[in-house]
Design a protein. Sequence first.
Length: 454
Amino acid sequence: MSHADPDIAMAATLSSIALQRSKPRHPSVHLITDGPVARAMVVNRSRLVDLPQTIARSLDYALAAEDEASVRSLLTLIGLDEPVAINDQPLQSPPLHAISLAVAQGCNLACGYCYAQQGSFGGPSTRMSVETAQLAVKQLIEARQHGESVNIAFLGGEPLLGRDVIREATHFAAALARERGVNVGFSITTNGTLLTEEDGLFFETYGFAVTISVDGVGHVHDALRPARDGSGTYDRLMTRVRPLLKLQQKMQVSARVTVTPHNLNLLETLQALTAEGFHSVGFSPLVRASNGQDELNEGEVAALLEQMISCGLAYEKAVLTGQRLPFANLETALRELDRGSHRPYPCGAGAGYLAVSANGDLSACHRFVEADEGQMGSLITGIDTAARNQWLAERHVHAQHPCQQCWARYLCAGGCHHEVLGRGRHLCDFIRGWLHYVLQAHGRLERLLHAHSA
């Protein structure tokens, strides 16, 4: 795609504007005036409202003057001064509704950036026993009430190295959940190179959410995700994934792209993987690598925002023409805004979700398997309640700096715990810039849908 492409130029312009205008001006409100309709996002409860120009100008002046009384008065005037929804109180021993099982702490690939140190988490490769998997499943499901829901994720390393455990644990979980009237969902994240047609049929039967790790097309992927002998893996994984893409009905097959300095042409990747039939395509910037390699630097993060906005503009154009472009990052963000999502934690790690290592140890999430930080007991000794509650107190967004002054804090909620603890918060400008664009796109798409329904 030529750099003279008007969409590329537009993305560059919007990226520059977003980075500048998304800087925090007030912890309670974010104002967007760089569009046809002025819009405010009130941080409390993530409320969105289109503003008359007179109110927008007054709010802009009050923010520029740091006039707290006027900002509060204007929020009251437009009816957005509701009681605070999130206080300083951290969660305490919340119910567990999801686990991940590290069924194989080992991998057949040699991705240099892997947070799990090529699947083994820095130790010898090991596999989870069927008994350990079933014990984890039993403890999860038996703690839930009739009608409640749980999710079980199979991870690694490469989980399909433990295919027998996956199948036994799934059968066991489905039967136990049926017996107790609990709803159970399943997911797996795999590099795709070991998939078989039988796996596809199994995942379809149980309605798995299947995530394929794919870092680009052809040689781009091959350079980042080689086999242990150095050979490329893209053709191999796509040969094995395509039958699943054709089969998916109850099953959903998505692509997860880890973004490094070497695969920043996101729109090309999105379009290629969409054409293959993936249900969704999501991008995850590489912030913390086990060896420090291929982490995005400041300039590359700016390029990432430009590329994300390029994908967003393509998504908006697809909506206009009645097509679907399954850009997961934007679709998820739009849903969050529609719901008015606001939360004190970025994910369920250490809260409603825990990871189970191959030997049965518990940790805050799959990224903390075998790490000293984030350890929370074991299947045998039980959840370490004190460690878990301390984690939840320390990781609450109100305990994070400089989050308290950021308008995006209840959407971002402080960022991935693993990344922040390992490398700090150098993605804040990117996150705010991306959300600034998303707020604009949400307004445009909302007006378009209203126009079509009128």
